[in-house]
Write a protein that binds this ligand. Sequence first.
Ligand code: SIN
Ligand code: MN
Length: 231
Amino acid sequence: MHQLSLLPRPKQHLARGAVHIPDWLSLEQQRQLLSLCREWAKQPAGLYTPKMLDGIPLSVRVVCLGWHWYPYRYSKTRDDCDRLPCKPFPVELQHLASRALEETLAQYEQLFQPDVAIINWYGARAKLGMHQDRTEAEAVRSAGSPIISISLGDTCLFRLGNSDTRSGVHQDIELQSGDLFVFGGAARMAFHGVLKIYSETAPPELGMKQGRLSITIRQTGLSHVFQQKLV
Ligand code: SIN
Ligand code: MN
């Protein structure tokens, strides 16, 4: 049993610009989002395993909506796998994103024009090393354009670091099914990663047999219109 889950889980500002809201989605809302994720994960243009530049596969499986991300660029077609067009960015995630910002970094609500979701599926042994999200355009990154992350399924141990170095000052939190985590503004370039998945911790009523899904909603800044609104 992992210990942190026994503690109360209030809404928490981990750092300036980084907000965690536990149990943000009700079980019914989690079920609905899971069922959408299952549709988005289907082939064609569904879940696949990206490779790093050195050819080593990531331990997560990924499907992207709106734009296709792969190390380290965005494209409209899945150029590193089947070359199919990426599925569109769905209105359901647009609505979730604006509600998320309303409750976290409301100052970005008017400016933020999400156009991509990266959906990661983590099996029991999957991890994501400490990294910064830098593929988005420099104009939106420097404007502090937030990354909105929603978790479903198994709990993970998530590390939020500092913006300067991969190691050093950091905070570890658990992200459980239904949790919202948003980092933007001063925290936009914070290093972060997923250290561990706690197997079989998903709420049984969710109906997700194994693993963790993270849905991260972002603004690429690659569309001219979006870029003009933010800068
Ligand atoms: C990411 O850093 O891109 C995903 C983080 C997560 O899975 O919560
Ligand atoms: Mn990231």
